[in-house]
Design a protein around this ligand. Sequence first.
Ligand code: AMP
Length: 283
Amino acid sequence: MMVVDKIKDIREIIKSQKSQNKKIGLVPTMGYLHEGHLSLIKKAKENSDFVCASIFVNPIQFGPNEDYDKYPRDIERDLKLLEENGCDLVFTPSVEEMYPNERLTTITVSKITDKLCGAYRPGHFDGVCTVVAKLFNIFTPDIAVFGQKDAQQVAVIKKMVEDLNIPVEIIASPIVRDEDGLALSSRNTYLTDEERRAALILNKSLKEAEKLLVSGERSAEKILDAVRKTLEDEPQCKVQYISCVDPDTLDDLNTIGDKALIAIACYIGDTRLIDNLLWSVDK
Ligand code: AMP
């Protein structure tokens, strides 16, 4: 596995791989990897010939009061996991490599970034889109894999790619959970044992929603009420938002048709956690 921290070296390697007709796959991450990230590597391997991951804690997607400084990092462990999982190349740039001079350009996807997480994390998706657009320009990948865990991110990146005609196929990969149902997240490391137990309420509330959907309930209001009630059963859980939206446009739904995204964000103690249920009729 190649470990590369300079953009010009990435460009040379990718050029050589493309000259051998290799299809390039990219998995952008912020590191502190878990099975969720590794499932994206697996998906990239199934859909490309040369699998690249990036590990970069992107400062411009964190708000001033967010956890950029304390975000967990363990590069040695990450590299070992990526190698064991058959990744071909890892890009580990410094902040200076990615943002060497004053940056005057920002990619903004409007409207669909005003809701869900975007409503509570101003500037977050500008930071995400800007770094992902840079990574797309550096790697020129054929495919890029993103986790459905960050459902709004998937919708926003797809829209950016469509609007800017970026020649990459975006593949969304399902949420990976711990055995007890908690969606894996690098931020789960912030939770105390007691908070981790309380955090199970997120998945439990989505299971309630799924049960109602399976039983034929199509009123978003009724489903959201059930989710809210379940979340409120857990005293340590403070709800930030609960929404039922179209998975692509992120428009609020009143009545659920073929597909819906039920997305939640909650604080457990000081830790903000997100989870979601992607519902589709053929599922
Ligand atoms: P992050 O390192 O948090 O920026 O995440 C990098 C990628 O991994 C993103 O596309 C996330 O959506 C994805 N990801 C994070 N957690 C999970 C999970 N539990 N299941 C599937 N994908 C995930």
